[in-house]
Design a binder for this molecule. Structure first.
Ligand code: XMP
Length: 505
């Protein structure tokens, strides 16, 4: 149950890593709904509020009487204490960061955990006194109740966050909870997710019509295949080729999803290259370029959707990190991100289906493999919605697109040849807006400089430039200047993020 904490989906993911299925529901989910779920256990997430403050998210005590174990985490632990007669107050000293916690490992939740273990704390309130009937199972010098339980009633609580990596034995604790305390067998796998989703989609959609904007990226592809397996020809996928895709990418998408592909769905490819180039002619401002591409995309999609007629559902390949990012709402706009999914206003439809909204990227990939999507597509690198539009600095023209496509294809080919692609974050060629003087044969040249970029990143919020072997850079450079007409110089981008961003615009 979600009380607003930033790690709520991470908890769900950790539970799934214990091979136990898990869903996140809002804290005020109806009791009847919970009763229908065939629950094995409940976890209360953390949250930014104080349980005693007005308007804080609370739930009724009935949750504790559903007959399944409950684990409260952080705010969730304080809520448990508060509802059951314990005392929660502002801690004299707040704890933040890695903290050594003394735990009683004779207790069920801490079985196998070291008596002194590093946990991630992040709280200003604390449980001053545990409710009647609860044993205190963990503490720190400043937190008298860092863990408590009432095994008889199946109630457990921890002040720290077992789900974050910094809690060194957190997985053991969650495993103890879901497997031993709740008694889950641990036989859930991604194929169960796929099966359950297919079933749920069929039930929801009935005989309705569904429309999906397919970009060829991992998320929209997995969403489309899931839908195709569930409802076949009731699904129409519209793939807009905006002329800003990587070399041959449009054809590759068509190969997989088109009439000769493996899936039984309606596939519409719109070759809208010329339209996009015309709109982008003369435009150099990065934000304006992004907006034009995003808007034109919607226009094209809308026109196609009109031809299909009213649909009942629109599919979006939203995944969990997109949900957090769009949910924050307060952060400064660095770039107006464009995702192919962002289309709800333009089509006449009843509801949106987002079958992947609870999954992290690697889980989406697992689901993709489970669905039999080619590895090449499943492990495709992230590619921005505005495509090469943000990898061509300055005005976009068909000629520049050709240059960057060819240079990028060579770069990827060479990286692939060395085997470096496995585990490399994101790498691509971009076209700078700089032309410089060179010499080729005995002739003067005045051509573009291509920039190569390769970054390592775990979350795409920060990134570091990769130290690519010189021989690889040398081979790529030599091939690009020889094979790509219009380029006489190749540069390597050594900038991290910050201060750079991963893409160029
Ligand atoms: P930046 O350039 O912001 O990129 O450091 C971070 C990650 O996001 C990708 N990116 C986008 N993805 N729509 C997307 O779907 C966009 O408009 C967009 N812009 C950047 C980028 O490729 C990198 O993985």
């Amino acid at each position: 149950m979600d009380f607003g904490g930033q790690y709520n989906q991470l908890i769900a993911r950790r539970v799934r890593e214990c091979n136990v299925y898990c869903e996140v529901h809002p804290y005020n989910v109806e009791l009847d709904k919970l009763k229908e779920m065939n629950l094995k256990g409940i976890i209360f997430t953390g949250g930014p509020n104080s349980v005693y403050a007005e308007g804080s998210p609370l739930c009724g005590k009935e949750v504790f009487r559903l007959g399944v174990p409950v684990l409260g985490i952080c705010y969730g632990s304080q809520l448990m204490a508060h509802l059951l007669g314990g005392k929660v107050s502002t801690a004299p000293v707040s704890e933040y960061g890695k903290t050594e916690v003394d735990v009683d490992n004779s207790q069920a939740l801490f079985q196998g955990v070291s008596p002194k273990t590093i946990c991630w704390m992040s709280h200003t309130d604390y449980i001053e006194k545990a409710p009647e009937g609860f044993a205190v199972t963990a503490h720190t010098p400043v937190c008298p109740v860092a863990g408590m339980e009432c095994a008889k009633k199946g109630l457990y609580a921890v002040q720290f966050h077992p789900e974050v990596m910094h809690t060194q034995e957190g997985m053991k604790m969650l495993h103890n909870f879901v497997r031993d305390i709740c008694g889950c067998k641990g036989d859930w796998k991604m194929d169960s997710f796929v099966e359950a989703s297919i079933k749920a989609i069929r039930e929801k959609v009935g005989s309705g019509k569904v429309l999906c904007a397919l970009s060829g990226g991992v998320d929209s592809s997995v969403a489309a295949v899931l839908l195709a397996k569930a409802i076949g020809r009731q699904l129409t996928c519209v793939f807009v080729d905006h002329g800003l895709l990587r070399k041959n990418e449009g054809d590759e998408v068509e190969e997989v999803f088109g009439p000769d592909g493996a899936y039984d769905l309606n596939f519409v490819r719109v070759n809208a290259q010329e339209r996009f180039y015309a709109k982008l002619a003369g435009v150099v401002d990065p934000e304006q370029k992004r907006k034009i591409i995003g808007e034109e995309f919607i226009r094209v999609f809308e026109e196609e959707a009109k031809k299909i007629g009213a649909v009942d559902y629109l599919v979006q390949g939203t995944i969990y990190p997109d949900v957090i990012e769009s949910g924050l709402g307060k952060s400064a706009v660095i770039k107006s991100h464009h995702n192919v999914g962002g289309l709800p206003d333009c089509v006449d439809f009843k509801e949106i289906i987002e079958p992947l909204r609870l999954l992290f990227k690697d889980e989406v990939r697992k689901a993709g493999l489970e669905l039999g999507i080619p590895e090449k597509l499943v492990f495709r690198q992230p590619f921005p919605g505005p495509g090469l539009g943000v990898r061509i600095v300055g005005e976009v023209t068909a000629e520049k697109v050709r240059i960057v496509q060819d240079a990028d294809a060579i770069y990827r080919e060479e990286i692939g040849r060395t085997g470096l692609d496995k585990g490399l974050g994101q790498y691509f060629a971009a076209l700078t807006n700089m032309r410089s003087v060179g010499v080729m044969g005995d002739e003067r040249t005045y051509d573009y400089a291509v920039a190569l970029r390769a970054v390592e990143t775990s979350d795409f919020m920060t990134a570091e430039a990769v130290h690519l072997p010189w021989e690889v850079l040398d081979a790529v450079t030599s091939r690009i200047v020889n094979e790509v007409k219009g380029v006489n110089r190749v540069l390597y981008d050594c900038t991290g993020k910050p201060p750079g961003t991963i893409e160029f615009e």
